[in-house]
Write a protein that binds this ligand. Structure first.
Ligand code: NIG
Ligand code: FE
Length: 401
């Protein structure tokens, strides 16, 4: 065996799905994980590594994956937060032209540079807690040019910071005022102009929709899925967040990587996810901010073997929360996930929700060496405590970053 670039020894390994029973060693070469083995199998006199790091029992996990964010946006919705505390509902505010549409106005008014500068603190907050891959959606432009503007900002964030950015076109997020009373006409624009333009410029990895009474119907979302697939783009859905329209099952049947929110998902929907291999993405930040009381069907998802991802949904309306570590805690306290289920949600299953499970999200030979070393020897600590700076080292493609 040639000499690895870096070798971690005496590691408590959470590999994305489970915790190893004994102290482990992990070798990295050329940015990839080369070998994962128990310490007892490291041979005396084996070629040394360029750098040997003694973890002294600390937890090593895959770099964290935040598979659902809206990090690029203009303005703030603190006023709407106050209105909701006074009793107005998210839906009422949306139907009165506020909510998503108020962020649309601010985002259209902002330049690419302004959006970039505004997004950086949120991105850096996520990175400081161990995020090495983040998905960023558009959806606050709602014109061809403004959606592409948002996606360009997202791509630039990934070029200029040591983090992998996956971009998702969310043109079907809300009905813009120009198309009032013509939702089908707007869906025509999404399918015939936005998706082709985003694909032509290589700006989108996936396409998402908001399938809801205040969003788009199942039939309209299905049209978006067909158009996205025609351009080779992956699909995802915001589904069953406020009501049960059957949007998750429709997305799964269309081959969606994930369906997200899913508080109102029923057993037929869960079975559709299981049959299609679609990931269920839990967003406890939005559940918390909207003071939702209906919990996603965790027990049904477990019973049918549907992988559960976990993400911040960072956005100015329903989840102005830029901490994936807080989501680990919330998933356990609010949704009763186990700490290890929550950790899988931000590693192995988060990667699967982005279609990247053969590249990231696990600590296994051949995968990219995106890794986090934590100041604890117990993986459950990562979901248990909030606010402590527990990250010891963040590695992107095998390099400290
Ligand atoms: O994931 N549900 C729709 N979209 C976002 C919220 C967007 C907003 O309110 O600005 C979500 O909750
Ligand atoms: Fe969202």
């Amino acid at each position: 065996m040639s000499q690895p670039d870096r070798l971690w020894i005496n590691v408590t390994l959470f590999d994305g799905l489970a915790t190893a029973a004994e102290p482990m060693a992990v070798a990295v070469t050329n940015g990839l994980i080369e070998r994962v083995c128990p310490m007892s199998e490291l041979l005396v006199g084996e070629p040394a590594a360029g750098e040997v790091i003694d973890a002294e029992g600390r937890v090593l996990t895959p770099g964290l994956v935040d598979c659902h964010t809206h990090l690029v946006f203009g303005g703030s919705r603190a006023g709407e937060f106050e209105a909701r505390l006074e009793g107005k509902s998210y839906e009422e505010i949306a139907r009165a032209g506020g909510g998503i549409l108020s962020t649309v106005r601010a985002t259209r008014d902002a330049s690419e540079e302004e959006l970039y500068q505004a997004a950086l603190p949120g991105l850096e907050a996520l990175m400081s807690e161990g995020v090495t891959t983040v998905e960023i959606k558009s959806g606050y432009g709602l014109t061809v040019e403004d959606e592409l503007k948002m996606l360009r900002v997202a791509r630039r964030l990934g070029r200029e910071r040591p983090v992998r950015v996956i971009t998702t076109l969310l043109g079907a997020h809300a009905l813009p005022p120009e198309y009032k009373d013509d939702a089908d006409g707007y869906i025509d624009l999404v399918c015939n102009r936005m998706i082709p333009a985003a694909a032509a410029e290589g700006l989108a990895d996936a396409v998402d929709v908001f399938c809801e009474g205040i969003g788009f119907s199942v039939a309209q979302c299905q049209r978006v899925y067909v158009a996205a697939r025609a351009y080779g783009l992956a699909i995802k859905g915001h589904t069953e967040q406020l009501s049960n329209l059957g949007g998750s099952a429709a997305a799964a049947r269309a081959g969606a990587l994930s369906v997200d929110h899913i508080e109102y998902l029923d057993e037929a929907g869960v079975i559709a996810l299981a049959e299609a291999g679609t990931v269920a993405t839990l967003l406890p930040g939005a559940f918390y901010m909207l003071r939702e009381t209906r919990v996603p069907p965790i027990e049904l998802l477990r019973r049918h073997g549907v992988p559960m991802a976990l993400a911040t949904d960072a956005n100015p309306g329903t989840s102005p929360i830029f901490s994936l570590k807080l989501m680990l805690s919330m998933a356990c306290t609010l949704f009763r996930l186990t700490p290890l289920e929550a950790l899988s949600g931000v590693t192995a299953h988060g990667a699967r929700a982005l279609g990247l499970h053969q590249q990231i999200g696990r600590i296994a030979p051949g995968l990219r060496a995106d890794l986090c070393l934590w100041n604890t020897s117990n993986p459950a600590e990562l979901a248990y405590s909030v606010g402590l700076p527990t990250l010891n080292q963040r590695m992107v493609a095998g390099e400290p970053a």
